[in-house]
Ligand binder design. Structure first.
Ligand code: GLA
Length: 371
């Protein structure tokens, strides 16, 4: 990449467990992946940011004093949103050329947009020769997703993309926005990521609808409990006061309360090397996302079911927002090839088009290299 001075990347992520609870103040358990977005960057001495992509013919120029006027850009809206929020937070934006190269598959539920946002903010910080505060970058990236992509998302994806560490999972407390790194060790098991390949439409509206339902549940429970978020409602309190909620709102809240509990158990299981128990928790999470939270759909259900059926698999669940995207499975290392083959065959038979297996490792979040 001739003439670029820096190479800055941020990771896609997998969520091991803790789904749809980040925006309820819960603890989640994601990890950064070796699938990532890379930005090649150099200062250009102008008052413009020039954006290009390795796999698109488009080129977009953003005027630094008009960063708020690019909300309708097809591809560059994420970059514009990040630059605008970076500027609004009081940071310097300098003229630069940014070339994007993304290996996180789009629409896969592995957070390509978070990888793009976080790497953009990191690149802007490097170009301006500013200190990089990964927590601030995560929060600004989340705001860019909310304001420019219209998804009222939680903090998990952007935080994992920025703060991930090779060979560690991140136990992220979404209320405090603080994390603990947990060695990612599965012993004789491996993690397998498979995309169900369902084009995921309408995710934004369904996602925002789930958020509204959890907010309704919280408001109702706050009339009897001194809680600031749904994650603070213990299973015991829910058993006592859950009757105040009805229908879907009850189901959504039940998922949140139980999923929060599963995260604690899963972290404990991983720390103790009890991978069979970890797997069982993944299965229970998928069931809850299917029956109570209703974010799976027949494709993800077929994929998880095919995986769970395989004798070498101890657990499998959808990961990310759902309605399409990927599953994550824990499989005996020696049987991974057979697992991939059997699950792919079964999925094709059931759904009529193929799924796709990804090769990825647990990797660092932001990486900055000088060229
Ligand atoms: C998307 C959002 C995250 C999180 C997950 C579901 O990935 O961006 O904030 O809510 O869905 O766990």
């Amino acid at each position: 990449m001739a003439d670029y001075t820096h190479k800055i990347s941020a990771a896609g992520r997998i969520n091991i467990i803790g789904e749809h609870i980040d925006y309820c103040g819960g603890k989640v358990f994601p990890a950064a992946l070796s699938l990532k977005n890379t930005v090649y960057a150099r200062r250009n001495g102008t008052d413009k940011i020039n954006i290009a992509w390795t796999d698109l013919p488009d080129k977009v120029t953003l005027e630094i004093d008009k960063l708020d006027s690019y909300r309708n850009e097809k591809y560059a809206k994420y970059q514009a949103g990040c630059a605008y929020l970076w500027q609004k937070a009081g940071h310097k934006v300098v003229g630069c050329d940014l070339l994007y190269d993304c290996t996180v598959p789009f629409g896969s539920g592995l957070s390509s947009s978070a990888a793009i946002e976080v790497s953009t903010l990191a690149a802007l910080a490097v170009m301006a020769e500013e200190e990089m505060d990964k927590k601030e970058i995560s929060i600004l990236a989340q705001s860019a997703e909310r304001e420019y992509a219209g998804v009222n998302c939680g903090i998990m994806d952007q935080y994992a993309s920025a703060n991930g560490k090779k060979d560690y999972a991140i136990l992220l407390d979404c209320k405090k926005i603080e994390h603990e790194l947990v060695p990612f060790s599965l012993g004789e098991y491996a993690l397998v990521i498979i995309n169900c390949n369902k084009p995921h439409n309408l995710v934004e509206s369904k996602y925002n609808e789930r958020r509204a339902e959890t907010e309704e549940a919280l408001a109702r429970l706050q009339t009897v409990l001194p809680v600031s978020c749904l994650a603070e409602v213990s299973p015991k309190d829910f058993a006592k006061y859950g009757h105040l909620l009805s229908g879907k709102v009850y189901d959504r809240a039940k998922h949140v309360v139980e999923e929060c509990d599963r995260v604690n158990q899963a972290v404990d299981a991983m720390k103790k090397g009890d991978i069979v128990r970890l797997g069982a928790l993944l299965n229970a999470s998928h069931k809850s996302l299917r029956e109570l939270y209703e974010v799976t759909g027949k494709e993800l259900d077929a994929l998880a079911a095919a995986a769970q059926k395989h004798p070498a698999c101890v657990g499998s669940r959808m990961t990310g927002a759902g309605f399409g995207g990927c599953t994550v499975s824990i499989v005996k290392k020696e049987a991974v090839e057979d697992f991939k083959e059997q699950v792919s065959k079964e999925y094709l038979k059931e759904i009529g088009y193929p799924c796709r297996v990804y090769e990825a490792e647990i990797a660092d979040g932001i990486i900055v290299e000088t060229l």
